[in-house]
Design a protein around this ligand. Structure first.
Ligand code: ADP
Length: 159
């Protein structure tokens, strides 16, 4: 049984994230999408809301679970019995950071491998920060986020 962790901020989860997750769910037996609690990063949505929105968006993926964690991703992965970390790549600009992160993780935990996936081209440019910016400037984000996220943001955050 191969378990993979897909760690990230997911602030909020997007259709890009879900596309990566769907691919991962077809490759691995069990996938945990896990929101990293980062004390240095002041988020847009609280962590528990991010997890709730993810849970609502993954109902059609039976082997996927949503969770959050503190501390190092590799420690969380070990605790969950996972041997794989999933990360997404959008552009060359992601590559340097993701490469460093995967090498640091691999040096700390050689038994855990990072697997990089890409999205369908139509989701490639989507990032949580772009979505926040469009939303906060009253743009339409319905094409970029799952319906649950769209509904939540529209109901609770519209000025
Ligand atoms: P982090 O703060 O850890 O980068 P994010 O929630 O922004 O968390 O992203 C989590 C992972 O998903 C990262 O590996 C990121 O590169 C990837 N990702 C996000 N959006 C996309 C997308 N549209 N296409 C491919 N990968 C993506």
């Amino acid at each position: 049984m191969k378990t993979a962790i897909y760690p990230g901020s997911f602030d909020p989860v997007t259709k890009g994230h879900l596309d990566i997750l769907k691919a991962a769910s077809e490759i691995f037996d069990r996938v945990i999408i896990a929101v990293a609690k980062n004390p240095d990063k002041h988020g847009f949505l609280p962590v528990d809301v991010r997890v709730k929105l993810i849970k609502e968006s993954i109902k059609d993926m039976p082997n996927v679970e949503a969770d959050s964690f503190d501390g190092l991703t590799i420690n969380y992965a070990r605790q969950k019995g996972a041997s794989v970390l999933i990360r997404g790549l959008r552009a060359v600009s992601d590559f340097e950071y993701e490469m460093q992160l995967s090498q640091a993780n691999s040096s700390l935990a050689p038994e855990i491998k990072t697997v990089f996936l890409t999205t369908k081209p139509k989701y490639n440019f989507i990032s949580s920060s772009t979505i926040k910016e469009i939303f906060l400037n009253n743009g339409d984000i319905s094409k970029f986020v799952p319906e649950e996220v769209y509904r939540y943001l529209t109901n609770f955050y519209k000025k």
